[in-house]
Design a protein around this ligand. Sequence first.
Ligand SMILES: Cc1ncc(COP(=O)(O)OP(=O)(O)O)c(N)n1
Ligand SMILES: Cc1ncsc1CCOP(=O)(O)O
Ligand SMILES: [Mg+2]
Length: 225
Amino acid sequence: MTAPACKGIRPGLYAITDSALMPDSRLIRDVEAALTGGAVMVQYRDKNSPPSDRLSQARSLQAACRNAGALLIINDDPELALRVGAAGVHLGQGDRPLHEARQLLGDDAIVGITCHGDLELARTADQAGADYLAFGRFFVSGTKPTAPPADPAVLGRARQFGKPVTAIGGITLDNAAQMICAGADLLAVVGGLFGSDDTEQRAREFANLFSRHHPLFHLSSVRES
Ligand SMILES: Cc1ncc(COP(=O)(O)OP(=O)(O)O)c(N)n1
Ligand SMILES: Cc1ncsc1CCOP(=O)(O)O
Ligand SMILES: [Mg+2]
């Protein structure tokens, strides 16, 4: 993860919303709790709500993220990202092509790309100008059980691209350290975070794992001692 290419992306918890798990009444409150607990990035992922609800929710999330100094990413929808002034968009292999999102959002926007478990997809995304590379699912996922499985070894190999490496799919407190040690800079979590009764505390526990296991924090604490 090299500084100039990172556009403000820091290693840490990447909280992803889910309309089934988080009714409208809880969405903003739960995301604010995740941000208070230390989430560094939030993705608004909602495939069901009508466009007017999506717009108002994305606007509220953008305000919450700005207040917390965190980055808001919109799933699938570059136009919505543009309308609400989000930091960027996340695109899968079946979504709009990266170059269209880049044209719409500009060079400063973050575009993250799903690479499943495939280093060649990552190479293509890197060459096309992706800002982070997302791999997974690594474990059983209640949110997206049909996502193709990936081998954790891909996380370490993907570090060759010098871009933030994201892990997703069934991540919980029990397997998060394994993901960070395998090479993940960001842990993208839905159920393991928003399925908790205490989102703020759960987010804090994820954030603490980065302090203990991610090389950026680990190295600075070694230097300070
Ligand atoms: C961080 C992150 N990684 C992967 C995905 C999955 O994106 P995609 O393959 O487009 O699937 P959907 O999320 O759109 O169902 C993601 N959203 N975020
Ligand atoms: C969107 C997505 N893509 C691969 S797995 C997944 C869902 C992640 O959710 P959870 O953390 O609940 O497994
Ligand atoms: Mg998608």
